[in-house]
Design a protein around this ligand. Structure first.
Ligand SMILES: CC(C)(COP(=O)(O)OP(=O)(O)OC[C@H]1O[C@@H](n2cnc3c(N)ncnc32)[C@H](O)[C@@H]1OP(=O)(O)O)[C@@H](O)C(=O)NCCC(=O)NCCS
Length: 157
């Protein structure tokens, strides 16, 4: 089935898998009664942080840059939205991602962000090389150290 932009409506789009869904609640609305951009950006930033942690194997990742955001459509209270990210560039200390958010009810694309850049930090708070150059689809890079609680005990396989 096609959406308004003529593209197919699939679970995956342009290499992006839509893992996270949100239900638009009253507290997520702007004065116009539609989805507040600030709520959406908070969700995307969190999603990107989790993605970067899983790709770079480090809890200490911070948002460095969010490029131009193109809000293409909106959502109403009660709508379901879904967010997807994919890594587009592995730098030395950074990871660049692309984000797409879609409205599952109207089947319209809500926004795209071409570049979200996160930087991997060392214990000293300075950028540190992450050593990765391609996407993992497994949980093989899960950090084994948590800055808040210390070493994470992993269950034996
Ligand atoms: C992240 C931070 C440590 C990077 O410091 P920095 O002095 O820019 O570090 P560097 O110059 O070594 O750059 C680190 C990486 O970021 C990239 N980078 C820096 N500025 C960039 C920009 N404007 N756009 C895209 N990438 C950028 C660099 O290319 C480098 O990537 P690479 O190693 O893969 O090539 C520092 O800017 C910072 O602490 N910012 C605040 C982060 C934060 O708190 N974010 C939460 C929101 S407030």
């Amino acid at each position: 089935m096609a959406n308004d932009s003529g593209t197919a409506w699939h679970w995956s789009e342009e290499g992006i898998n839509f893992h996270t869904r949100k239900w638009v609640r009253p507290e997520d609305l702007n004065a116009n009664g539609t989805l507040f951009g600030g709520s959406l950006l908070k969700w995307i930033d969190e999603e990107a942080a989790i993605y970067a942690i899983l790709q770079l194997g480090n809890y200490r990742v911070v948002t460095k840059l969010i490029s131009e955001i193109n809000f293409e459509a909106s959502a109403l209270q009660g709508d379901l939205i879904e967010m997807g990210l994919t890594a587009t560039h592995f730098g030395r200390t950074s990871l660049t991602m692309r984000a797409v958010v879609r409205n599952m009810i109207t089947r319209k694309r809500i926004l795209t962000i071409e570049r979200l850049v996160f930087v991997s930090l060392g214990e000293d708070g300075h950028p540190t090389p992450h050593g990765f150059s391609s996407i993992t689809y497994d949980r093989d890079r899960m950090p084994t150290e948590h800055p808040g609680t210390g070493t994470v005990r992993l269950p034996s396989a």
